[in-house]
Design a protein around this ligand. Structure first.
Ligand SMILES: NC(=O)c1ccc[n+]([C@@H]2O[C@H](COP(=O)([O-])OP(=O)(O)OC[C@H]3O[C@@H](n4cnc5c(N)ncnc54)[C@H](O)[C@@H]3O)[C@@H](O)[C@H]2O)c1
Length: 346
């Protein structure tokens, strides 16, 4: 392994998550992007080259097809892994799990995304909750977008000694915008077949102490997810105390309906106006003026940009696995500064 003051990162799969991870890695002073690997030869692969990144084929066959399509592929995934200290696998659900043996045999550290099961790495990651337990490990899984938001918010309440149990209803976007010509739903709502939906148990793979139950429904839009939560607190608390508690997380942004941020689209527009790449909202955007406390019960709602929320977590996971930054808060601060994550969105 090379000098780990400078971490060489490979990204396998340059889709919704992979391209955002690659962009974020390129912004880190302590990391460099060794290249990205994929299987496609259309506009998506051309954008890799256009963005000045090194493109690799997942296999020899894919690299050859890329050459035939006029794409200057620098080699295969194998070649890319030779030039990296960590690989972030952002291939679609269930494909990444098949790459695990390859990564283990080569002894390269690897990060999977939330489409894979906890068992594939034996560790599930959210920076503000369990950075320390990922230090020096061979692998971790950055949990899904919804699970990341649940762990961030409930960890803040838990740290303040306010959390007894939490029950949430999730309205999930139907598909990602770029592929909405292919899938998604229209003119209906599709409940997840089971209660609890998988996100609550998944949050417990990060923090087994969380008493959390989730229910979920797929809704016909592509912008982001919306969560509604009802929390039993350990004691009565004031609204201001709860808001201060959420303010202790640098990745929860308090927003207000009174500021005109009345819906998912208005928050996305704000991110566009801020010049964030892909209009990324990395934070959990939680409505402060809507939040309500009744004695020891708490009610709130927030927005989760499914395409963006896991990006800062992935950057922190790279530092934790390579053990280049021991302290969670130090890594989080570095990542936040590089991505423009601040206490206030507006
Ligand atoms: N999209 C989201 O909102 C979201 C949010 C959080 C986590 N995740 C998770 O992130 C992971 C990636 O999801 P995504 O939405 O970015 O998928 P995606 O379909 O947008 O991108 C996957 C990319 O991998 C490429 N690919 C396919 N097979 C490959 C192979 N064998 N080798 C190399 N590249 C290959 C595809 O061409 C594509 O570019 C999944 O585990 C998913 O569950 C997705």
């Amino acid at each position: 392994m090379a000098d780990l003051k400078h971490i060489r990162v490979a990204v396998n799969g340059y889709g919704v998550i992979g391209k955002r991870v690659a962009g974020a890695v390129a912004l880190q002073k302590d990391m460099s992007l060794a290249g990205v690997s994929d299987v496609v030869t259309d506009w998506r692969a051309r954008m890799v080259i256009r963005n000045g990144l090194r493109l690799f084929g997942a296999t020899e066959e894919h690299a050859n097809t890329m050459h035939k399509a006029g794409l200057d592929a620098a080699g295969t995934l194998d070649n890319l892994l030779d030039q990296a200290d960590v690989v972030v696998d952002c291939t679609p659900k269930r494909i990444a799990a098949k790459n695990v043996d390859t990564y283990r045999q080569r002894g390269i550290k690897f990060i999977l995304q939330g489409g894979e099961k906890h068992a594939a790495t034996g560790h599930s990651f959210v920076a503000e909750s369990n950075y320390a337990s990922a230090l020096g490990r061979d692998a971790t899984r950055v949990v899904s977008c919804n699970t990341t938001s649940i762990v961030r918010t409930l960890t803040a309440l838990k740290r303040a000694g306010l959390l007894q149990r939490a029950r949430g209803t999730l309205l999930r976007r139907a598909t990602d915008p770029w592929e909405s010509h292919e899938s998604g739903i229209m003119n209906t709502l599709v409940p997840e077949p089971e209660i609890p939906s998988h996100q609550g148990p998944d949050a417990q793979s990060v923090d087994p102490d969380l008493d959390v139950v989730t229910m979920a429904v797929k809704v016909p839009e592509t912008l982001a997810h919306l969560h509604y939560w009802s929390v039993q607190m350990t004691r009565p608390a004031s609204k201001e105390e709860v808001l201060d508690t959420f303010r202790t997380s640098s990745r929860i942004a308090l927003i207000n309906i009174g500021d005109g941020l009345v819906a998912l689209n208005t928050v996305k527009e704000l991110m566009a106006d801020r010049g964030r790449p892909h209009d990324n909202l990395y934070e959990v955007a939680l409505w402060a003026d809507m939040l309500r406390v009744q004695e020891d019960e708490l009610f709130y709602a927030y927005m989760v940009d499914n395409q963006a929320i896991v990006i800062p977590e992935t950057i922190d996971a790279i530092r934790a696995l390579t053990r280049t930054v021991e302290d969670a808060n130090a890594s989080i601060a570095r990542t936040n500064a590089s991505l423009g994550i601040e206490a206030r969105l507006v």
